[in-house]
Design a protein around this ligand. Structure first.
Ligand SMILES: Nc1ncnc2c1ncn2[C@@H]1O[C@H](COP(=O)(O)OP(=O)(O)OP(=O)(O)O)[C@@H](O)[C@H]1O
Ligand SMILES: [Mg+2]
Length: 172
């Protein structure tokens, strides 16, 4: 038996269609990534980096090929793949704290295997805010902090979810 990689892109192709016009953005992308590996994609603006990331994130469906995470086909978004977007994606009506808590509650709330108590979830939110040095701004809303600070909150939110894959689209 051949060992399967942690993450596998298999023959990924992507075309965007607009009426009769189809624009091919990705063709035959094959990539095997092992657990613990850091992979950076570089390329000129518009070459398809975000598109490939969004396919792995389950936000876009590739027109060809398949992505496998631990042998399972990726076909929808899930908390096992946290994304830090190129443009921040914080919820404007929640505070900095609230933006992380909502993700932590989703992943660790309830009685699922990864469950944490309410007090543990609070500590975990604060721990992750401290990692990005945003604890002192926890009660501010996204519009009250700078662009870089918003991105740091996005990074803290992604880390706090303890995803299998951390997808970062130019977050710095
Ligand atoms: N939803 C869409 N519909 C049509 N075309 C799209 C769509 N999303 C992206 N594209 C096109 O696909 C190509 C790749 O876009 P993508 O956002 O993946 O580039 P990128 O490598 O992330 O660029 P940048 O470095 O500027 O962020 C571009 O030509 C873009 O215009
Ligand atoms: Mg991009």
């Amino acid at each position: 038996m051949t060992t399967q990689p942690y993450l596998k892109f298999e023959q990924i192709g992507m075309s965007f269609r607009r009426g009769q016009m189809a624009t091919e953005v990705l063709r035959d992308v094959n990539l095997r990534i092992e657990r613990g590996e850091f992979v950076s994609m570089i390329g000129h603006s518009g070459c398809g980096k975000s598109t490939l990331l969004n396919i792995l994130g389950g936000l876009l469906k590739s027109t060809n090929g398949e992505v496998f995470l631990e042998g399972k086909v990726v076909d929808e978004p899930g908390p096992d793949r946290a994304i830090v977007f190129q443009n921040h994606s914080l919820l404007p009506w929640l505070t900095v704290y609230g933006n992380i808590a909502i993700a932590v509650d989703k992943v660790f709330g309830g009685s699922r295997g990864k469950g944490k108590t309410k007090a543990e979830r609070h500590d975990w939110v604060m721990h992750n805010l401290e990692l990005v040095q945003m604890a002192q701004a926890k009660d501010k809303r996204p519009h009250e902090v700078s662009g870089g600070m918003k991105q740091r909150v996005g990074i803290a939110r992604a880390l706090a979810m303890q995803p299998k894959v951390l997808l970062m689209d130019e977050p710095f």
